[in-house]
Each structure stands twice: as structure tokens, then as C-alpha cells.
Design a protein around this ligand. Structure first.
Ligand code: UDX
Length: 436
């Protein structure tokens, strides 16, 4: 059993802390947000993540998981402190490091015994060294510490499974002994552990996310070409995926990537490249194609409806992907805004993300369920591929719509079936399968 402090109770911090507690360690999760900590102490989880509430409850009961706002309390007997604070996009696309700086300074001022500082926040290459400098500078008296980078690769919606079954654990440090101690913490996960230097570890994280975003933009570009040439991108992707060098994952064409990581990380990597005199033309293309993926939905609806002004459009799904209530950089929310700008009346339905959506876009009407959403609309646009949308009673849906227009932004429906039901159906990159 190790004693670990985790700074930041967002997705990464909360999942990391809870999972390490579940592996038998004593974890104190810290946040400067008093209200959040008060809620967590009452077992209220501020985010929607399948399985997390139960896991937090179990580990709190077992006396392995604690919540505090006090650095003194969190660091008291800690051997490790994980920094898991947010690194939002700054004005120029750069990662905003103010929370990392605050955490590093406070750790430095509070620590009274040697510590291993593990950084999990996604930070620009070189930040590990910067954190070490800040700690050294801010310590009232010198106390030994080491900085280890341990980037997270958790997907929202499956974060616990991802933590417990990682493809790999990446550790970066200039201190092999500290890296080895952090490696020990991860041994129960039985995953390959890659130990490298700080900067390389930080770059592995950016390069991985940028590569996945590139795959998505690649297949969206192929989808646009498929649409012109009469091929079906779904089958193209499936056919490509059998090639072991390519693999089947992250080749789903659609409305593009969103969420808290890909958009921010690709932008931040572009920014890092630019300020160091590199020309990140591929990253720029990836971002441009991702913007076009949203515009595709607007263009398609405008074309099918003969304009958007006063048209009633229902959005099926609002979260940036299924199994999360996260609306950050959500294609649905961006498309809602674009449609409203052209005079459309937009309503939406999402199984879990509606409270957040109401705050972001008060003009958007929200429906109780998909059938109420379909009532009287001129078109439905599927934005998020929640499982519950895959088995809707489409006859009932069609019967209540003003016009049977279905735009499938995630290609979850069978074009032939939808046409047989009488829908005017458009999927992404489905060529002559689109039923024109
Ligand atoms: C991502 C990374 O996967 C994770 O390793 C990282 O640490 C955090 O960012 P997450 O943002 O939770 O995780 O979502 P992910 O499942 O990777 O999907 C990102 C976006 O890409 C979603 O908007 C999704 O809809 C989109 N996507 C994904 C596609 O459009 N097509 C695909 O084939 C796959």
C-alpha cells in the first residue's frame, strides 16, 4: 500500500485516484474547489462516468479514498503526488499552464519530506523541467523531490476500464529510481511500461492524440471523396481495417472529433511547432477537415430543406460522444449554433447531457425523449451515436415528423432500411448508398 496525493478532481484526477485506491493504495484527492470536495465527501460525483460512483463509494467505505481541500492534509504522509489539473486552451491555442503552476508552487511550499511529483496533466513538451524549476524555486528550504511524467490515455465513458487495462504505461523522468517507483505502482495493471526521458514522454501523449485525430480527419476526407464518387466510406474503412498495418479503430467517418482532448491537444501541438519554427501543415489540415465535418451537416440540411430559415431541426444526441455528459467542443452544440445563426429552430435530446446543454444554449428547446424531439420537425440530425438511438421505433419517429428527412452524422443507420421506411436519408460519405 502506498500513500498518494492526487491534485485535481476532474476526469483524470478522480479516475486515477479512485482506481489507485481500488488497487489497495491510500489516496487523498485534493481540489481547491470547496463545493466540489463537499459534494464528493457526500458521495456525489460531479461527472458522468459509468461505474465511477460505485467505485468511489466502495473505496471510501474501505478507508482508502479521502477528499480534501488542504494540501497539508493531502501531502502529510504522501510518497507520491499526482498533478491532474486542467490545461485548457489559451488565447493562441497554447496550453494554459496556470493551474499546473499553482499546484507546483503549493506543493513546494507545503511539502515537509521528499516527494515524487508525477505529472498526469497534458502539458507542452518541456513542462516537466519547468515544474521541477518552479518547485525548486518555491521551496522555503530545499527538500529532495523528483518529477516523473506519466501521461493519461483515458477515454471518457470507459475511463475506468482504460485505467485498469492500459495498452501501455508511459513514464518519463531524469531520475531512474523515481521512475521505477512509479512503475511499481502500475505493476498490478500488467501492461507494458515504457520508461523514457521527460520530454519524450510528454511528446508521446501529444503525438498519440494527434495521430488519432489525424485518422479521424483522414477518414472524413475520404468520406467527402466517397460522397462525390459514389463509394461507401463505411465499407472502405472496414476494408482498410483488415490490413494489420492500418487496423480498424478510429476510422469512423462522421461529424468529427470533439471533447476535452483532441481539439485542445492538436491545437497545442501546432502552437508548440510554430513557436519553435516548425511548419505543422498536417496538423493544420487535420483541424480544417474537422471544422468541415461540422459544416457538412449544415450544408446537407440546407440543401435538403431548401434553406434553413424557420426550419425546425431536431438533434439526436448532444454530448461530444456517447457515454458521457461532456459537451466540450461537441459537434452537436457547434452545429446547433450554426443552424440557429441561419434562422433554424433547433431542439435537442440527449440521455445525459441536457442540463449542461440548457446552460450553454438557452435558445435550444430540449425534448423529453427522441419521439417528442421528432414531433413536427422538418429534419432529424443524429449527432451522437448513443446505443438507445440504434433501436428506435423509426416508423413511429417518421410518423410524427413534418418531413421525413434523416441526416445520420455518425452512420449508425442502414441506408437501405431507412429508405425503405420512406426517409430521405443522408449519411456521411455513403455515396450512391445514400438514396439519392
Ligand atoms: C481521447 C483519447 O482517446 C484519450 O486517449 C485521451 O487521453 C483523451 O482524449 P476522449 O476525448 O474521451 O479520449 O474520446 P475518444 O473516444 O478518443 O473520441 C474523441 C472524439 O473523436 C469523439 O468526438 C469521437 O466521436 C470522435 N471519433 C472517434 C470519431 O469521430 N471517429 C472515430 O473513429 C473515433
Amino acid at each position: 500500500m502506498k500513500n498518494i496525493a492526487v491534485v485535481g478532481t476532474g476526469y483524470v484526477g478522480l479516475v486515477t485516484g479512485t482506481c489507485f485506491a481500488n488497487l489497495g493504495n491510500k489516496i487523498t484527492c485534493l481540489d481547491i474547489d470547496e463545493e466540489k470536495i463537499a459534494r464528493l465527501r457526500q458521495g456525489e460525483i460531479p461527472i458522468y462516468e459509468p461505474g465511477l460512483t460505485e467505485l468511489v463509494e466502495r473505496n471510501v467505505k474501505a478507508g482508502r479514498l479521502f477528499f480534501t481541500t488542504s494540501y497539508e492534509e493531502a501531502l502529510a504522509d504522501a510518497e507520491f503526488v499526482f498533478i491532474c489539473v486542467g490545461t485548457p486552451s489559451g488565447v493562441d491555442g497554447e496550453a494554459d499552464l496556470r493551474y499546473v503552476r499553482m499546484a507546483a508552487e503549493t506543493i513546494a511550499k507545503t511539502m515537509d519530506h521528499p516527494l515524487i511529483v508525477v505529472n498526469k496533466s497534458t502539458v507542452p513538451v518541456g513542462t516537466g523541467d519547468w515544474v521541477a524549476d518552479i518547485i525548486k524555486r518555491s521551496q522555503p528550504d530545499p527538500i529532495d523531490f523528483s518529477v516523473v511524467s506519466c501521461p493519461e490515455f483515458l477515454k471518457e465513458g470507459s475511463a475506468i476500464t482504460d485505467f485498469m487495462n492500459p495498452d501501455r504505461v508511459v513514464l518519463g523522468s531524469l531520475d531512474p529510481e523515481a521512475a521505477d517507483k512509479v512503475a511499481q505502482l502500475h505493476l498490478p495493471l500488467r501492461a507494458p511500461i515504457i520508461v523514457t526521458d521527460l520530454r519524450t514522454a510528454e511528446m508521446i501523449k501529444y503525438a498519440s492524440n494527434a495521430f488519432l485525430a489525424t485518422r479521424i480527419s483522414f477518414i472524413n476526407e475520404i468520406a467527402a471523396i466517397c460522397e462525390k464518387l459514389g463509394a461507401d466510406v463505411q465499407e472502405v474503412a472496414a476494408g482498410m481495417g483488415y490490413d494489420k498495418r492500418i487496423g480498424p479503430h478510429f476510422l469512423n467517418a462522421g461529424l468529427g472529433y470533439g471533447g476535452s482532448c483532441f481539439p485542445k491537444d492538436v491545437k497545442a501541438l501546432e502552437h508548440m511547432a510554430l513557436v519553435h519554427g516548425s511548419h505543422p501543415s498536417l496538423l493544420r489540415a487535420v483541424m480544417e477537415i474537422n471544422r468541415d465535418a461540422r459544416r457538412w451537416a449544415v450544408l446537407t440540411l440546407r440543401e435538403l430543406l431548401g434553406g434553413l430559415d424557420q426550419r425546425r431541426i431536431g438533434l439526436l444526441g448532444l454530448a461530444f460522444k456517447p457515454n458521457t455528459d461532456d459537451l466540450r467542443e461537441s459537434p452537436a452544440m457547434e452545429i446547433a449554433h450554426l443552424l440557429q445563426n441561419e434562422g433554424a429552430h433547433v431542439c435537442g435530446y440527449d440521455p445525459v447531457a441536457m442540463p449542461g446543454a440548457a446552460q450553454i444554449n438557452p435558445e435550444m428547446r430540449l425534448a423529453e425523449d427522441p419521439y417528442e424531439l421528432a414531433q413536427g420537425v422538418d429534419a432529424l440530425l443524429l449527432c451522437t451515436e448513443w446505443d438507445e438511438f440504434k433501436n428506435l421505433d423509426m416508423v413511429r419517429i417518421k410518423s410524427v415528423m413534418a418531413q421525413p428527412i434523416l441526416v445520420d452524422g455518425r452512420n449508425i443507420y442502414d441506408p437501405t432500411q431507412m429508405q425503405a421506411l420512406g426517409f430521405t436519408y443522408r449519411g456521411v460519405g455513403r455515396g450512391n448508398n445514400n438514396g439519392r
